[in-house]
Design a binder for this molecule. Structure first.
Ligand SMILES: Nc1ncnc2c1ncn2[C@@H]1O[C@H](COP(=O)(O)OP(=O)(O)OP(=O)(O)O)[C@@H](O)[C@H]1O
Ligand SMILES: [Mg+2]
Length: 582
């Protein structure tokens, strides 16, 4: 049964002019014109029998009759000339083929033919629309990788599916103003990822709001906070330490070096030398001869920071023999390292940085890193816990958040790169609140530089190594452009800010310009979905996730109307002092 069984008299108009991808249709009857709406779908008879072109209405115009008639012209002179007065502009988006082989109603995103002048144009509504939507959902399902988002706004009976392969392969962005429903959408997507038997994804949870999401296939990890200083908890309890030795030289400097210090170049140089020495000592102790030959200052090899500290202090105070015997003079670095040593010492003692400097003995072992990486990278079947890893970064100080998330992303990407091709298992990185740690270049600092660099790399090269990004942000205009421009799937929820709308508009294919005018008027939970993974650019309504993230919008007025509120301020002050809620 074909969906597009239109009869000639159902046509609302005929094709007046054709351009690549856009068509102007002249609508004869004003009544028809009134019933049309921007972003509704139309079907056009194609030059091939059994095919229809499908398009989105992006403009409806009605010209005032009479203007184009020359003054003094006689009525009968106009006979036979139609003045185009009611026109719609249609952006073509695909072709519906009645039958391919034995499959009826196959929708393709290609335009193999264009409509001919005077071809009939029909509206897609009512039952036909439902059937059409179902048939495109079916084509995605037949691709066997359905990811269900919710329903189509224009047809609530038809379920909206995405192609799960393409969604992660070609990176995705989810944008929308605060409270528009991004976190819920993320929960909805991850829930389905977790149901797959060999799922593998990491969610960077900045506010700890995904804690309620539980279930098979989901595991919660937390970056250690000041409360974990006693070192009793570790990876087995889901507590992640990221000891300082995982940081590269550049990352360490971003954390420790004050570039405005006139001695900064000396400090950096001495530090690199001493770290290399300390790493070599550790490798020698562990008898890692193969590694000794090739390691660099950046290699993730444990070293003892105390010994580096001792050397720096020694050099900072060193006096060497003077020109005349019996005299001494200041060594090369005497006094030049003071500020660096102070900063390093302050960081080491900073309880908020427990995860870097307060790691227990075992995380100083050479064999500790594979354990960490297994936790991060293993899929559901490869480890006991879930393959969807929700990492809570809420206790990481915001000033170094980019550095730490960048570090995790870098470890994941590097391990993936070094895994032989045939053994590589794809992994998705979901970056909630991405504007915080993948900022636009103009706003970057030494701390975010490292994160921006690694995420740009993943955006550009991730596809080859099976690393997919999902960038989630309320401020797309503050997110790194290179990263955004590599994303090929867009889920745009309500966006009110003009700069942010502009960014989304530029990302969308040119032909869909008009579609983005909907951005400010979308409802909570509604989204425009465009890209590789969806058959059709559509407006959809996200279904609620089974368990909702703890990101509820607070009902101010209702709360203020309550008789009693819980006593919490004293506790909060104490937590703030302790820098921990536990
Ligand atoms: N699909 C949905 N259906 C119904 N209500 C929704 C839906 N999605 C979100 N909401 C409502 O909107 C609120 C905020 O959603 P959410 O936490 O996902 O916003 P957000 O876009 O992540 O905001 P932020 O950028 O501030 O993190 C939810 O608490 C919920 O009440
Ligand atoms: Mg959110």
């Amino acid at each position: 049964m074909t969906v597009f069984d239109y009869k000639k008299e159902e046509a609302i108009g005929t094709v007046y002019s054709v351009d690549t991808g856009t068509v102007i249709v002249s609508v004869s009857d004003v009544e028809h014109l009134r019933s049309l709406q921007v972003n509704h779908l139309v079907a056009l008879r194609s030059s091939k029998v059994g095919q229809h072109l499908v398009g989105l209405i992006d403009k409806i115009t009605r010209k005032t009759l009479g203007e184009s008639i020359e003054e003094g012209s006689e009525e009968d002179m106009l006979e036979g000339i139609t003045i185009i007065e009611n026109v719609i502009r249609v952006t073509l988006i695909g072709t519906l083929i009645d039958v391919v082989g034995s499959t009826p109603n196959v929708f393709r995103r290609t335009l193999e033919t264009v409509p001919e002048i005077d071809a009939d144009c029909f509206v897609l509504e009512g039952e036909r629309l439902t059937k059409f939507m179902k048939s495109i959902s079916k084509s995605v399902q037949e691709g066997k990788h359905p990811l269900s988002l919710g329903t189509y706004t224009i047809d609530e009976d038809a379920e909206a599916w995405l192609d799960g392969n393409k969604f992660f392969q070609r990176h995705a962005v989810i944008v929308g103003s605060t409270g528009s429903g991004k976190s819920w959408a993320v929960a909805r997507i991850l829930e389905q990822v977790a149901e797959l038997p060999n799922a593998n994804a990491i969610l960077f949870d900045i506010h700890g709001e995904y804690a309620p999401i539980q279930g098979d296939g989901i595991q919660h990890l937390r970056i250690a906070g000041p409360g974990d200083l006693n070192g009793l908890k570790n990876l087995d309890d889901g507590i992640v330490f990221l000891p300082y030795w995982l940081l590269t030289y550049e990352e360490m400097l971003a954390l420790l070096l004050d570039r405005s210090d006139q001695n900064a170049p000396n400090q950096a140089m001495v530090f690199a030398r001493e770290v290399t020495t300390a790493k070599r000592t550790k490798l020698e102790q562990d008898n890692k001869t193969a590694i000794l030959a090739n390691f660099t200052v950046d290699s993730p090899v444990p070293y003892v920071l105390d010994s580096v500290m001792e050397r720096l202090t020694f050099l900072n105070e060193e006096r060497v023999e003077g020109a005349r015997s019996g005299t001494t003079k200041a060594g090369d670095f005497n006094g030049k390292l003071s500020r660096f040593i102070q900063r390093l010492d302050a960081k080491r003692k900073d309880r908020r940085l427990t995860f870097l400097f307060g790691a227990s003995e075992c995380s100083m072992e050479y064999d500790w890193m594979p354990a960490l990486c297994t936790r991060l990278l293993a899929s559901t079947r490869q480890q006991d816990n879930g393959g969807v890893k929700i990492i809570d970064f809420s206790e990481v100080p915001s000033d170094i958040l980019p550095l730490i998330i960048g570090l995790v992303a870098r470890i994941v990407f590097s391990v993936q790169q070094w895994t032989p091709k045939e053994k590589r298992h794809p992994i998705g990185l979901v970056c909630d609140e991405a504007h915080l740690y993948i900022p636009a270049r103009t706003e970057s600092s030494a701390v975010s530089e490292a994160a921006v660099h690694i995420f740009e790399r993943i955006a550009k090269e991730g596809r080859k190594y099976g690393v997919g990004l999902v960038i989630v942000s309320q401020r797309p205009s503050e997110v790194n452009r290179t990263v955004l421009s590599q994303c090929n799937n867009y889920i745009a929820m309500r966006l009110t800010n003009a700069d942010d709308q502009g960014v989304v508009r530029r990302l969308l294919p040119d032909s869909l310009g008009g579609f983005s005018d909907l951005l400010p008027i979308l409802d909570v939970g509604e989204a425009l979905v465009v890209g590789d993974s969806s058959m059709l650019p559509t407006r959809i309504r996200f279904a609620k996730p089974t368990t909702e993230p703890a990101s509820a919008t607070i009902e101010f007025w209702d709360e203020w109307s309550k008789e009693k509120v819980a006593e919490s301020i004293t506790d909060a002050v104490e937590y703030m002092r302790r820098q921990s809620k536990v």
